[in-house]
Design a protein around this ligand. Structure first.
Ligand SMILES: Nc1ncnc2c1ncn2[C@@H]1O[C@H](COP(=O)(O)OP(=O)(O)OP(=O)(O)O)[C@@H](O)[C@H]1O
Length: 902
């Protein structure tokens, strides 16, 4: 066993050396071949073998080293067949007959490749190096003699039309070929500069089947002899890689062995075929040094070509794949289906594959495998090819001429046993090694997740249980997993410092008023512009110092680009002040419900971008913050807008730490804002993250319609009750904000409206989670930006946040920089260093791609508007009445309990 594990290690090392050695060739490697039950992807991120499971589920399993593929396997979609290219795998979906791709390539959109002609259905798909083609199902009527092939990817994205019915297609590196059903001739199209593969097509020959390789094509001739001929070129890289004639085959890929073949595949510079009389594999062409030879003495059902290696499915009950060549393990522990399932009966030269594991899901469908064609010399036929079994041949011991025949006859047929006695331990050790590897990975992941969870729980306990904040404690570590790293802390200010910053809290510095607070604009000594929030203290509202610190602790542990950052606080005598980053463009509420000019500043793209960013902030609170945080007061006045029109979710005055286990709801007295308040929470005091989803749904409706959550100047004052029936009736135009010109294509806004209507469903369980909402909004934004009116698109990209970048920026942006700016910056930097780096990657809008604000600082407007909004005339009684009508009286029937910041 020791020897075998050593062998396995050496083998692994060889693979690594090989991958490193050829890493500069990867980008030029091609994806090859036609659709099959197995497919091989390769590229600079490593090779991956994928196959349809052998249990009849048509689900896909993959094995290999490219995480982009192995981590995104669509393991719940049944596929008809698979194909793969450079860094990606595609399958033909069983339900829709459309391709679905996963992995990573810059040339084809993953998922369903785009653009896709609506409701197109495909018979077959085939991947090249950086492209994918699909053969559409035959057309009907007068176009039945026309075939359509749609391609996506490098230099190929187009719909190709051909005269004549095409039976199958196969993609090479940068070209494709098709086989005409009627005259059985092969034709090719695409780029042939490196191969002349199009020019050399033998037009006069008829083929049973064919397969494209890197720069060549091989086909099995129509006729009893089933000989293979290949054309094209495989010698281009002769000088670049040392080639060796490993096998009995020829070095030239166009010199195929003279054996009748059942199937053939193309690799980068080689081709392989399954011999028709014994199902053994033969390969020819070029092979790199260190390549392992194809297995001998074993029969194969199906083969698929990689670049420098080939894999096949063993024709035995295990249905395990075996691979040979270079750069991949030779045995894989994943049984796969030996072919694709078809519902048509098998044609005469094929038999139904019959195996205990019955690899076809739907009744009546089966895999058809080609019958072996005759018996080799020295052998005689024992049984004919039947409906469910292949032809069987046996050695004719009386006419032996070859060593094989003699040894078989003299050993009494024990040759296979000998083979397996040698090979079995190797195969077993490789499988054992693979299993060991998988177990180690799984165990490590499980332990890691458990460790994270236990830390999370621990953090909740210590936080809620002890109440006394770690905030003021210098040694406090809020995230246990950040042991050893000091986390960001808010600065403690004196009242005097903030008084100076805000010009003694003068009316001119007032930028907004909340129900229980007033917000002043201020400039710190170092020039940083800040918003100072002062609690309006009342005996009822005054929370004790412990709670204030708990609040601060919560605020300081949150760290996301779309959450408003707390910079500091002041706690002196009866005063409670919080210092935030200053948001130059005020609140979303002011924009949506301010004057026409303010409203128009937010066009559709900006509005949807703000919605996406706010959704990301809330998603962070729900999904990534540990323990999860429920905001409880999502509304347009709590979505603040910075200088560059990016949104920040603000005001965690009501936030609660959610249960680490989201299935146990918190029984809290309802708090929040009328119109946005989750009816389920209001009625049942059942608080989960879905309450925020409800409020966010209301916010979305507000963004789309420009109407306030509750506005009694309309007949139907509640935006939800007014908009949802119109959305359900597909009358989106009726709810769009009349201030903005509707976009040319309403699809994106329709999607957003639909998301909003799902968010405001009565039952929390039926509402989508915030991550789903974010994804839908991101897609809608992408769609919206695809409209031609978009001159300067803002593209959502991935950036790693958590650094002090944004905060630093806000201080740099400050319009009122003092002369002591440099000193101030130093102080800032010191504070930034204390900020915990985020280990989570969040999608965001790259600052370079952000649209520069064309709007001047609208402080004055903001202030005026805010003052106006205070008197917006929403009557508490009215709002409650409308909710009562909708969901029945609150239980217990207290009035809405509004608690606030301090
Ligand atoms: N960081 C900030 N930068 C700029 N303006 C701000 C900032 N924070 C708050 N404001 C302004 O002050 C207003 C009042 O904010 P505050 O959070 O006190 O109350 P609110 O959330 O609007 O209302 P309520 O307290 O009733 O929930 C906001 O609507 C916004 O216009």
């Amino acid at each position: 066993m020791k020897i075998y594990s050593c062998k396995a290690m050496v083998f692994l090392a060889q693979i690594i050396v090989f991958l490193l050695f050829f890493s500069d060739l990867w980008p030029r490697i091609l994806g090859l071949g036609s659709m099959s039950s197995i497919a091989i992807s390769y590229g600079e991120n490593g090779p991956v073998f994928c196959g349809l499971k052998s249990d009849g589920s048509h689900l896909v399993i993959c094995y290999g080293s490219n995480p982009a593929i192995t981590r995104s396997i669509p393991d719940h979609f049944p596929f008809i067949g698979l194909t793969a290219g450079n860094g990606f795998v595609c399958g033909l979906l069983m339900d829709s007959n459309q391709p679905y791709c996963w992995g990573r390539t810059g040339f084809i959109s993953m998922g369903t490749p785009q653009p896709m002609v609506k409701s197109s259905e495909y018979l077959e798909i085939s991947a090249g190096d950086n492209h994918l083609c699909g053969l559409r199902k035959p057309l009907m009527g007068k176009h039945r003699n026309t075939s359509l092939v749609d391609c996506w990817g490098y230099n190929m994205t187009k719909s190709y039309q051909f005269g004549g019915q095409i039976q199958s297609i196969s993609a090479g590196s940068v070209f494709n070929c098709g086989l005409f059903a009627q005259n059985r001739s092969v034709f090719c199209w695409g780029d042939e500069t490196e191969s002349r593969v199009i020019e050399l097509v033998p037009k006069e020959l008829k083929f049973q089947k064919f397969a494209a390789g890197g720069f060549h094509v091989c086909g099995i001739l129509d006729g009893v002899k089933s000989r293979v001929i290949c054309w094209g070129k495989s010698l281009d890289l002769e000088e670049e890689i040392s080639a060796s004639a490993l096998y009995a085959g020829q070095l030239n890929v166009d010199l195929a062995p003279d054996n009748p073949m059942l199937s053939v595949i193309g690799g980068r510079f080689h081709a392989c075929g399954i011999r028709s009389y014994d199902r053994q594999v033969v390969c020819w062409g070029y092979f790199v040094d260190g390549s392992t030879p194809p297995p001998t003495g074993v029969k194969l059902y199906e083969i698929a070509g990689g670049d420098y290696f080939t894999c096949g499915v063993l024709a035995e009950t295990s249905l395990l794949p075996v691979c040979w060549g270079a750069g991949f393990p030779s045995a894989l522990p994943l049984p796969v289906a030996p072919g694709v399932c078809k519902s048509k009966p098998c044609s005469p030269d094929f038999y139904e594959f019959n195996n205990a594991s019955s690899p076809c899901k739907s009744p009546g469908s089966h895999i058809c495998l080609p019958c072996s064609n005759g018996c080799p010399n020295e052998m005689y036929q024992i049984t004919e090819c039947a409906l469910t079994s292949d032809r069987r041949c046996g050695y004719n011991c009386s006419s032996c001429k070859s060593g094989d025949c003699f040894s078989h006859c003299s050993n009494g047929g024990k040759k296979n046993e000998k083979f397996w006695s040698l090979q079995l331990p190797i195969v077993v050790s490789e499988i054992a090694f693979a299993l060991f590897f998988v177990i180690v990975v799984v165990l490590t992941s499980v332990l890691y997740v458990r460790y994270k969870l236990s830390n999370c729980r621990c953090s909740v306990k210590s936080k809620i249980g002890h109440g006394n904040s770690s905030f003021l404690d210098d040694s406090g570590k809020i995230m246990p997993e950040l042991d050893g790293i000091k986390i960001r802390r808010a600065q403690k200010f004196t009242y005097e410092q903030l008084e100076i910053a805000t010009d003694a809290f003068k009316e001119e510095s007032l930028v907004g008023k909340g129900s229980f607070s007033r917000v002043f604009k201020g400039v710190l000594k170092d020039g940083t512009m800040v918003a100072v929030k002062m609690a309006i203290m009342s005996p009822d509202m005054q929370k004790n110092s412990k709670e204030f610190h708990t609040e601060l602790d919560l605020l300081s542990r949150l760290n996301h680009a779309h959450l408003l950052n707390l910079l500091g606080y002041c706690e002196e005598g009866g005063q409670r002040l919080l210092v935030y980053e200053f948001m130059a463009n005020g609140s979303l509420h002011q924009h949506l419900h301010g004057n026409k000019e303010l409203k128009e500043q937010l066009d559709w793209i900006r509005r949807v971008t703000i919605a996406v960013q706010a959704a990301r902030g809330i998603e962070y609170l729900h999904g990534y913050a540990c323990p999860p945080v429920i905001h409880r007061d999502i509304k347009s006045s709590n979505i603040l807008i910075d200088e560059e029109h990016n949104a920040r979710v603000a005001d965690f005055g009501l936030s609660l730490l959610g249960p680490a286990n989201s299935s146990s709801p918190l029984a809290e007295l309802p708090a929040g804002t009328l119109g946005y308040l989750d009816p389920e929470y209001y009625r049942l005091h059942y608080l989960t993250t879905k309450s925020d989803v409800y409020s966010f749904g209301v916010l979305l409706l507000e963004i789309i319609s420009g109407r306030k959550a509750i506005d009694m100047k309309y007949e139907e004052g509640n935006v939800v009750e007014w908009a949802v029936p119109l959305i359900k009736a597909d009358d989106i135009e009726a709810i769009l904000d009349p201030v903005l010109k509707p976009p040319s294509d309403l699809e994106a806004l329709k999607r957003i409206a639909n998301v909003a209507s799902k968010c405001v469903r009565m039952r929390g369980k039926e509402r989508p989670s915030m991550d789903k909402v974010t994804t839908s909004l991101e897609r809608a934004l992408a769609l919206l930006m695809g409209t031609p009116c978009n001159e300067q698109p803002i593209l959502p990209t991935e950036v790693v946040l958590g650094s002090s970048r944004l905060h630093k920026k806000s201080s740099q942006r400050s319009g009122n920089r003092s002369t002591s700016e440099t000193d101030g910056a130093d102080t800032e930097d010191q504070r930034f260093e204390l900020r915990a780096p985020s280990w989570i990657t969040f999608p965001s809008v790259a600052s370079s791609q952000r649209r520069k604000s064309s709007i001047s600082d609208s402080d004055a407007d903001v202030k005026n508007l805010e003052t106006k909004n205070l008197g917006n005339g929403i009557s508490l009684g009215d709002g409650l009445r409308s909710l009562d009508e909708e969901i029945g009286p609150a239980s217990p029937p207290e009035l809405l309990f509004l608690q606030h910041n301090f």
